[in-house]
Design a protein around this ligand. Structure first.
Ligand code: SF4
Length: 207
């Protein structure tokens, strides 16, 4: 597998926010989001076998497989299986444009599925069939950069009701307060969350 980096930190996003987590970031992405904060993961990476990666993973209970886009790697599901076999809880973050039907339905696996909003420039790439593989324990994540994105996310949820956690985050100039107030006003069943690692460490890498 092409690996960009691996490190222990805390989860900065989504339903497991704040939990100590070991991150495995794969290299390579098929999208080019306008506001991408991990452009360094678009290319390159070091070729590592699943065995080599398993040797690097420490005793942290929670592991996050992220990218880049992890579902582009042919061994990602094999790695996931190995992590589950040694008792890890795994969250796999995927950009929503690649088929996720092969991810096992396991209580210890959380799928974090992005739905790309218009400001990313990638909303045409959302793969609607992925929603069929999302369950109650999983999360759908919208990164909202402006009012158009917010309207898009709200309409998307209305047109595609799913029984899963929904997370709204902000990017660019979008104020989290504006998102929160809209969520409250419309009584949406959505979590509005900051990126905790950025509050703590700013733009530092590998955190
Ligand atoms: S999917 Fe993720 S890694 Fe790929 S371009 Fe978008 S934000 Fe960056």
């Amino acid at each position: 597998m092409k690996i960009c980096e691996y490190f222990r930190s805390i989860q900065g996003e989504g339903v497991t926010i704040g939990i100590p987590t070991y991150f495995i970031r794969t290299a390579g992405c098929n999208l080019r989001c306008e506001w991408c904060d991990t452009t360094y993961a678009w290319e390159g990476g070091r070729e590592m076998s699943v065995d080599e990666i398993m040797e690097m993973v420490d005793d942290t209970e929670n592991v996050c497989i992220t990218g880049g886009e992890p579902m582009l790697q042919k061994d990602t599901l094999k790695l996931l299986d190995r992590l589950l076999k040694v008792g890890k809880k795994v969250i796999i973050e995927t950009n929503g444009s690649v088929d996720i039907s092969g991810i096992p339905k396991d209580d210890k696996v959380i799928i974090s599925l992005d739905v790309k909003c218009p400001s990313s420039g990638m909303s045409e790439k959302n793969l609607p069939s992925n929603l069929e593989h999302i369950g109650k324990k999983d999360q759908i994540k919208f990164v909202i950069g402006n009012q158009v994105d917010l309207n898009y996310a709200i309409r998307y949820l209305r047109e595609n009701p799913v029984d899963a956690n929904v997370v709204f985050g902000a990017v660019g100039g979008m104020d989290l307060r504006d998102i929160a107030e809209e969520v409250v006003r419309r009584k949406l069943n959505v979590r509005v969350l900051p990126q905790l690692h950025k509050i703590i460490w700013g733009e530092e890498r590998s955190v």
